[in-house]
Design a binder for this molecule. Structure first.
Ligand code: SF4
Ligand code: F3S
Length: 435
């Protein structure tokens, strides 16, 4: 692969977007401007990579279908999944066969996966599912040259393999880092391997020559739980220890679709996707969960779960009053969902805990309580946030909390009114009966 994300980082503006003129990655360009030219560039790149990683036509055509067959995934199901990924990437349908080709190439691309300070939840989540999705199967079969949790070599042999990969595939290998990097005491809180090098040193050295660098999970992206207050090891996210550009795929664990989608996009164009100000691919993280949540109608109607297991919970009402942080969290869980469209926290009955946001462990807790401590008086409504246990931790939340309070109060009043009316009526009925 000729180009890498440094060209992207060099040209990045303060928002992390790529202003490069000749090949700006904006899906709308494919529809509105010079689509033929862009498609030719993508096709040429795919041809070049296929030539590099496959020995012949048969090898290329049978690679991924054969792998998927092992898991009982038919070619038809794979094409359906490619169509799903194409739309998740916000690409026009003309990209579907190209996305399938890129996924095939991805299985042969050299990979280094480093584990730093974390619980390995992303590794576990991607590689050890009982019924893996195509994204997980692809991750299982990427050409992993170094990954401590699954590789056969150990000790010096394992380290030699890493060094060899860096040397042989300079500028081409994909580096995925999972876990935060402790920087306290010069990184000595985390030492790895036979030589006892610090995670800090290993990460910096490996990042230097990578074609693309991805921080997967909240810990690698922003420090996550190891960096939570009081952060005794001074753990930080990957972008704080390297001057290379880092693509963050946060969440706890990250959705495999977001990792594979980002890698597929890289295979297609040789660059990182457009990123938001927190280094996250816009195609996956530009939407606020609250705006796409299937419980949103209940939020608008002031219908909330108020106690675990109550009637509202059974009716799948909004989880805001139970602490849902969806209004303050940007991710695609509500549309891409986990385990191939099967579930995500709110569908499972729990509110979002904001796991794709920086410092979520400190800023989003307590997880099962509405954002506390603010006293908001809504004009015309004699109620405060405290009455509902609702508060704010950010100014952006004011509208949300206000709405929740307003609709909640209105709902309560309506409920009280109808209860009084009922009592009145039943009183009248009793009177009637008496008469
Ligand atoms: Fe969905 Fe949570 Fe928003 Fe309610 S508060 S609509 S459960 S994201
Ligand atoms: Fe995390 Fe919230 Fe999605 S908790 S998995 S960002 S719904």
């Amino acid at each position: 692969m000729a180009s890498n994300q440094d060209s992207n980082s060099k040209n990045s503006n303060s928002n992390g977007n790529n202003p490069e003129k000749d090949f700006k990655w904006d899906p709308l360009r494919f529809i509105s401007k010079k689509p033929d030219e862009v498609l030719k560039k993508v096709d040429d790149r795919l041809d070049e990579l296929e030539k590099e990683y496959f020995s012949g036509k048969k090898d290329k055509e049978e690679n991924l279908p054969n792998i998927l067959e092992l898991y009982g995934v038919s070619r038809r199901d794979f094409l359906k999944w490619s169509a799903f990924l194409t739309s998740a990437l916000m690409l026009p349908y003309i990209f579907e066969p190209r996305v399938a080709r890129a996924a095939n190439i991805l299985t042969r691309t050299p990979f280094i996966w480093l584990d730093m300070a974390d619980c390995m939840g992303n590794t576990e989540g991607f590689l050890r599912t009982a019924h893996p999705t195509p994204a997980e199967i692809i991750l299982n079969y990427v050409s992993v040259n170094y990954m401590e949790s699954i590789m056969a070599p150990a000790g010096y042999q394992a380290e030699a393999r890493k060094t060899e990969t860096v040397k042989k595939y300079k500028g081409k290998y994909i580096l995925v880092v999972e876990g935060a990097i402790p920087t306290g005491m010069d990184g000595k809180f985390l030492t790895i391997g036979a030589k006892g090098d610090t995670g800090l040193k290993i990460t910096r050295e490996t990042a230097k020559h990578a074609g693309i660098i991805i921080a997967v999970g909240n810990c690698a992206a922003y420090g996550g739980i190891p960096a939570a207050n009081p952060n005794p090891t001074s753990a930080v996210g990957l972008s704080s220890v390297t001057n290379r550009s880092v693509i963050n795929i946060p969440a706890c664990p990250a959705n495999p679709v977001n990792l594979v989608g980002t890698l597929v996009e890289y295979i297609l164009i040789g660059k990182a996707p457009q990123l938001d100000s927190l280094g996250r691919p816009l195609w996956a993280y530009s939407g606020r969960l609250h705006d796409n949540c299937y419980r949103r109608g209940h939020f608008e109607a002031g219908e909330y779960v108020r106690e675990w297991g109550d009637d509202g919970a059974k009716k799948q009402y909004c989880l805001y009053m139970m602490g849902c942080k969806g209004p303050f969290t940007w991710n695609n869980c509500t549309t891409a969902e986990y385990n191939q469209d099967i579930s995500f926290p709110m569908r499972a009955g729990h509110g979002c805990i904001g796991c794709s946001q920086p410092a979520f462990w400190d800023r989003m807790t307590p997880f099962e309580k509405p954002n506390a401590d603010a006293k908001i008086i809504i004009p015309g409504i004699e109620a405060t946030a405290d009455e509902f246990g609702v508060g704010l931790f950010a100014a952006a939340g004011a509208g949300i909390a206000a709405h929740a309070i307003y609709t909640g109060v209105k709902k309560k009043k309506e409920h009280k009114k109808s209860k009084n009316e009922k009592n009145d009526n039943s009183g009248k009925n009793d009177d009637n009966k008496k008469e």
